[in-house]
Design a protein around this ligand. Structure first.
Ligand code: ZN
Length: 277
């Protein structure tokens, strides 16, 4: 599932292509994308809007229009945004195509989603901040995300540290892959109670989270199955994983075979030597 590095890669690629363009025509082929709202109604509302910015908040893409309205796109499991000079460049019979947005320069943004969990939500200007405030916590790559902020997010929690850093309301954008990668970098066992980490461990985790996310962004994200950049390319981060999906393979630091357990209800990879409970 796309996490912060994948969504940021999509944002970076779409921004120069979309900003300043007017939405000419919108076709929403799957009613699940906009439910409970009628897809045809949302399509009509989008037509004529001019794109002012393409931002990101956690795993949400935030498409801002000059009118002040915002389209919040969440890719969930398998959502994909492709930008093409023309929709004619894509196979017409793609069964996973869910929406097509035609822009005033003749290019198209095509939304694909195999599992169909992705969402498009059009919000009015005053609705945006309250909506995000309820769902999205600290932005880990922003300057304001200090070790102290991370300590606040973990304080008093008896839940496993992995669960705490996956909680989007506290920390935005970290999912299953980058949580495991960050904990390995910080040498912290994923099942350690979040509130019991020592100060130097919180510091190591803070650095680990940022380094893992930046490594992902530098490699255009990780493609395990469905994720593609808007050009249709695969990411390269999957070749650089330290622990994720590497059960039985040697730890890059100590050579001990990586183990797989369940933590925070998720498949979790870690080094039993470097990350002691
Ligand atoms: Zn190790």
């Amino acid at each position: 599932m796309p996490e912060l590095p994948e969504v940021e890669t999509v944002r970076t690629r779409l921004e120069p292509a979309l900003v300043g363009r007017r939405v000419q025509r919108v076709e929403i082929l799957d009613p699940r994308l906009t439910r409970p709202l009628d897809p045809a109604g949302v399509a009509v509302e989008l037509e004529g809007e001019r794109i002012a910015a393409v931002d990101r908040r956690g795993k949400y893409l935030v498409v801002r229009f000059e009118s002040g309205r915002v389209l919040l796109i969440h890719l969930r499991m398998t959502g994909n945004l492709l930008h093409r000079p023309s929709v004619a460049d894509l196979a017409a019979d793609d069964p996973h195509r869910r929406a097509v947005v035609s822009l005033d320069d003749g290019s198209d943004v095509v939304y694909r989603d195999v599992r169909r969990f992705g969402t498009w939500l059009l919000v009015e200007p005053e609705e945006l901040d309250p909506y995000l405030a309820e769902r999205v916590g600290f932005e880990p790559l922003e300057r304001g995300f200090t070790t102290r902020r991370l300590a606040e997010a973990l304080a008093g929690r008896s839940a496993p540290v992995k669960a705490a850093i996956l909680d989007q309301r506290r920390l935005a954008g970290v999912g299953n892959i980058y949580a495991d990668e960050a904990l390995w970098r910080a040498r912290i066992h994923p099942r350690r109670p979040a509130g019991e980490l020592a100060q130097d461990e919180v510091k190591a985790l803070h650095a680990g989270i940022r380094r893992a996310l930046k490594a992902g962004i530098e490699r255009q994200g990780a493609t395990l199955r469905d994720y593609r950049t808007p050009d249709g390319d695969s990411g390269r981060m999957q070749h650089e994983f330290k622990v994720y999906g590497r059960e039985g393979e040697p730890c890059n630091r100590c050579g001990t075979p990586i183990e797989k357990i369940r933590a925070a209800g998720r498949g979790t990879w870690y080094c039993p030597e470097c990350q002691r409970l």
